[in-house]
Design a protein around this ligand. Structure first.
Ligand code: ADP
Ligand code: MG
Length: 697
């Protein structure tokens, strides 16, 4: 076994460890729970817990934690030790099945969106045996779901698991119609490519905005930005390389298959892509990846910025969510197959995704909406806020031919007859691959590109799974009733293409023409988070999530409330940080420099060299003029903050935060940035964009 092989997953209580350490019947029972979701008996749980504890203690572990994913979007944990008094004044290490399976963290301060009154504040955590336990920082981590006393999901993992079940159920119905009896489970898989920035830690610590908000609230554009495009895929600096090596090592030990690393478009920006995994595991792994990026960076005196837009004027960071459907027999349902029959099946699943994306555009948009991501979507660097799909020319032509029932004249000439024709193979990595599309077909998977870099991938995947499950359920309802399956299938596919092809767009999503064209096509353009969230709680959406058992109406309402409040709080904190930095750092810098200039002018005058104060007086005038504007804008921002706090309706308040507070912040920043370019560096205490972006060579 190679060294890497030995270390890979060495901190994970994975299948191999379970097979080795558990008695056969126990292992079998656990496997059944994992693969078929059956109930786990307490006596089985007891044995598993004990084996887990022994394995962990051998590795120096003294504590365990139920690890969960509340609606904050980050993970939460509460540590308990294994230590139990043995009755003779000494201690033993114990861990029972009950402790493994269920926990009661007093997590009443986590957001619940009104799902919990404080008198029943207790939330429960329950083991998710499909995601392996692992050791981090001498603690045994047990992945869990988190719900309220009444059983309502308070986290992001529960709905994700439910949505995976919904999709499994509906996809199986469709597969059965194609005569497929051997598949017993359909699983969604995800590979999430993570973008991030790395800057020198000492500079980071001098920026209150980065510390409080994750992004710079001030900062003049550097003379050199990303226009030379010399950073993208460029040589990786040694310090970054060392960071990446350490990060890989830690991730590998935790069983996360970190694979591809490269520089991204903006200076100091990088990307890490793992090998794809089952969706809930991919979600857990992405959380671990983000946590480790931060902690490993710190060890290297670096700061990892995961915010969607740390630097204005530079590309921001996103997360590409590569998503597909796989059967337990190893078949990728989004891969055009070898036979006409498999192709017909592929076309039906493809249609289901097309229809789902078209019909539920707002839900997909909502799933990626956040204050941070609003800086990217539509900013000509990331997909626009308009949801559309890229299929590539070849597949689009095939769909056109299917719709028209005509010949497809492509590389091969073929008669499109569903269920009778073999589709040509699509190159998986076509060079003309459209990088501007929010939702692109990439050969055997879809890449949802609108996700923000900080966000949990659970929400978008919960939505994606549910909307596709819904369309598949409609297809199954219809086809199950059909007398002539082949004919019904053909009609269904044709109808779907003609009704939903407006969502397909293979052109440049960054262009202004597309915005107009999309409007003509009747597509949504929900530019901001408040605009998007306004579309959340429609009767249609509530019915969708209830039908598939993903969210109850109460749970969905709670999510909307949490999202709105997070949006307003984010901007609120940014505005306060801005005022604070202004008062304590920027205004003092401006005044000191003005004072210096004024003193110099007076000195010059005193010694009688009056005419040579032109430079100082011009400069002083420019700065004073900007200073006066800044003063007015500072007052305007304070006023705006006071005004919006009076608004009690959460949606109206969120909208006002955008129209009033955010716009006041933008104006203020513009003036402050102009001042930065005029004021002597010795007075300006904030590290500049130049210093931060080129701090690591
Ligand atoms: P890129 O988008 O940078 O060209 P790739 O297409 O090779 O890179 O893969 C991007 C991501 O897609 C990787 O994380 C990869 O594991 C993932 N991926 C590949 N196949 C699948 C699949 N069937 N389901 C989900 N993710 C997949
Ligand atoms: Mg990609």
């Amino acid at each position: 076994m190679s060294e890497i092989n030995k270390r890979f997953g060495c901190m994970v209580f994975n299948d191999a460890v379970m097979a080795q350490r558990l008695p056969k019947p126990i292992y079998k029972a656990l496997r059944k729970t994992i693969s078929a979701g059956t109930h786990l008996e307490l006596d089985v749980a007891n044995v598993v817990a004990n084996a887990m504890k022994d394995w962990a203690v051998e590795r120096g572990v003294t504590h365990y934690t139920h690890w969960f994913q509340p609606m904050t979007g980050v993970t939460a944990e509460k540590h308990d030790s294994f230590i139990t008094p043995d009755g003779n004044g000494s201690v033993i290490m114990e861990f029972s099945g009950k402790e493994l399976v269920k926990g009661e963290p007093d997590a009443s301060s986590l957001p619940s969106g009104g799902l919990r009154a404080t008198f029943e504040a207790r939330g429960y955590t329950a083991w998710d045996p499909t995601s392996y336990a692992f050791i981090k920082n001498n603690t045994l981590y047990i992945p869990t779901v988190f719900c309220s006393y009444g059983g309502e999901a308070l986290d992001k993992k529960t709905p994700l698991l439910r949505s995976m079940e919904a999709l499994d159920k509906q996809a199986l119905r469709v597969l059965r119609l194609f005569g497929n009896q051997s598949v017993s489970r359909v699983i969604t898989t995800v590979g999430a490519e993570q973008e991030y920035f790395l800057i020198d830690r000492a500079l980071y610590e001098k920026r209150r905005d980065l510390i409080n908000c994750g992004r710079t609230l001030f900062g003049a554009r550097p003379p050199k930005g990303q226009e030379l495009e010399d950073h993208y895929f460029g040589a990786i600096p040694a310090r970054v390389k060392a960071f990446m090596r350490d990060l890989d090592e830690e991730l590998w030990q935790l069983g996360v298959m970190a694979k591809t690393e490269h520089n991204e478009t903006a200076p100091a920006q990088h990307e890490l892509a793992p090998v794809f995994a089952t969706t809930n595991i991919a979600a857990d792994h992405n959380q671990l990846m983000m946590e480790l990026m931060k902690s490993v960076a710190q060890k290297h005196d670096l700061a990892c910025l995961l915010h969607e837009k740390p630097f204005a004027g530079m590309n921001g960071s996103g997360k590409h969510n590569n998503w597909s459907l796989t059967t337990d027999t190893g078949l990728n349902l989004l891969e055009p197959g070898e036979t006409p029959f498999e192709n017909a099946q592929f076309l039906l699943f493809l249609c289901a995704v097309i229809e789902a994306v078209d019909e539920y555009q707002p839900l997909l948009r909502i799933s990626v909406a956040s204050a941070g991501n609003d800086h990217r979507l539509g900013a000509h660097e990331a997909p626009p806020a308009i949801i559309s799909m890229f299929l590539g020319d070849e597949l689009s032509e095939i769909l056109n031919a299917v719709e028209a029932g005509t010949m497809y004249i492509g590389k091969e000439q073929l008669q499109m007859e569903i269920g009778a024709t073999v589709l040509p193979h699509f190159p998986k990595d076509t060079t003309d691959r459209n990088r501007t599309s929010p939702f692109a077909f990439t050969g055997n998977k879809f890449e949802f590109r609108s996700l923000g870099s900080t966000q949990s991938i659970s929400g978008p995947n919960t939505t994606l799974n549910t909307i596709v499950a819904e369309i598949l359920s409609r297809y199954a309802d219809r086809l199950e009733q059909a007398d002539d399956f082949k004919h019904a299938l053909k009609t269904l596919i044709r109808e779907t293409i003609s009704q939903h092809k407006r969502i397909i767009f293979n052109g440049n999503n960054y262009s202004d023409e597309w915005v107009e064209e999309a409007e003509r096509r009747g597509l949504y353009n929900l530019r901001t988070t408040p605009e998007a969230l306004q579309e959340y709680l429609t009767p249609q959406h509530i019915a969708l999530f209830e039908k598939h058992g993903v969210y109850t109406e109460t749970e969905l309402r709670a999510r909307c409330a949490v999202r709105l409040s997070k949006y307003t709080k984010t901007i609120h904190i940014e505005a306060l940080t801005m005022l604070d930095m202004l008062n304590k750092e920027i205004i003092p810098a401006v005044i000191s420099y003005e004072n210096e200039l004024a003193k110099l002018m007076a000195n010059k005058k005193a010694i009688g060299i009056e005419f040579s104060t032109q430079l100082e007086s011009d400069l002083l005038q420019s700065i004073s003029r900007l200073g006066a504007t800044l003063s007015i804008q500072r007052a305007a921002l304070s006023d705006a903050l006071e005004q919006v706090e009076q608004i009690s309706d959460p949606l109206a308040r969120a909208s006002a935060y955008y129209t009033k507070v955010f716009s006041a912040m933008t104006a203020l920043r513009d003036t402050a940035d102009q001042l930065e370019s005029l004021v002597d560096k010795r007075f300006w205490t904030l590290p500049s964009y130049d210093e931060m972006l080129y701090s690591i060579q």
